[in-house]
Write a protein that binds this ligand. Structure first.
Ligand code: NAD
Length: 249
């Protein structure tokens, strides 16, 4: 029997890289989809050294046709798809007076339509598998509160991330027991690169977080692993906030 296979979009670096590591530690083989080839190769080498199989796919997640092709290639390579983590995303700091129509559309395409693209591609495969499958999509605290980190992200990003919650709830009903699907709403997560504005504001941000620190990719990854592996599973159509209880920023 092949190992379970997890697709991680945006797995080259940051939260996605942390989640790919954590899933590999739990025995998943990994397919990474990203634009950044050298960073994907680094993550691939790290996880291969853990004894797991990793394949990388260069693709823009907002491209529907490419998503169908990539998932077809992944299925052909691994013979199964057990878990999809829709993690790739990009914030947009522009306000309503500055943003162009193209920039708004692009933010929605990268953050929301990308989830549709990959869910549409994996759904027939997971529904046909005896074991079904599971899906988690990366929303944001911004979906619930608007521009929490307003220097980094504003309405277009928050709208896209809120759209993920509607997609998740609706698809939970369509998929039923075969494919539990959930979303995560991280607060401020400190990645290896991080955002310069977030880094500069860290002391101020931390004051508004009950647990007195920013989150890490590992904080998000432990929830991803739980939703990917917990048995029995009675969780679908939900979103989970991972923010150390952040009440002001
Ligand atoms: N870091 C945070 O504080 C935070 C908070 C809430 C939600 N999130 C969400 O978590 C996810 C990961 O964020 P991160 O902080 O690790 O960011 P990051 O920029 O470090 O990583 C994002 C990854 O997605 C990839 N990506 C971006 N656009 C892509 C595209 N069009 N096609 C393919 N790949 C693409 C990037 O190349 C990168 O590897 C994102 O969806 C982000 O919106 C992050």
């Amino acid at each position: 029997m092949n190992s379970k296979l997890a697709i991680v979009t945006g797995g080259a670096r940051g939260i996605g890289r942390g989640c790919a590591h954590a899933l590999a530690e739990k025995g998943f083989d990994i397919a990474i989809v990203d634009l950044l080839v050298p960073e994907m190769q680094r993550t691939q080498a790290e996880i291969v050294a853990m004894g797991r199989r990793v394949e990388i796919y260069e693709a823009d997640v907002s491209d529907f046709a490419r998503a169908q092709a990539v998932v077809g290639d992944i299925h052909a390579a691994f013979g199964r798809i057990d878990f999809l983590l829709n993690n790739a995303g990009k914030a947009n700091p522009k306000g309503i007076l500055e943003i162009t129509e193209d920039e708004f559309d692009r933010t929605i395409a990268i953050n929301l339509k990308s989830c549709f693209n990959y869910i549409k591609a994996v759904a027939p495969i997971m529904l046909a598998q005896e074991a079904g499958g599971r899906i988690v999509s990366m929303s944001s605290l911004n979906a619930l509160s608007g521009g929490v980190t307003s220097a980094v992200s504003k309405h277009s990003y928050a709208a896209a991330k809120a759209g993920i919650l509607g997609l998740t709830r609706s698809l939970a009903k369509e998929f039923g027991p075969k494919i539990p699907i959930n979303a995560l709403c991280p607060g401020v997560i400190k990645t290896e690169l991080g955002n310069a504005l977030t880094r500069a504001r860290e002391p101020e941000l931390v004051k508004g977080i009950a647990l007195n620190r920013l989150g890490s990719p590992q904080d998000v990854a432990q929830m991803v692993v739980f939703l990917a592996t917990s048995e029995p599973c009675f969780l679908t159509g939900q979103h989970y906030v991972i923010d150390g209880f952040q009440w002001s920023c």
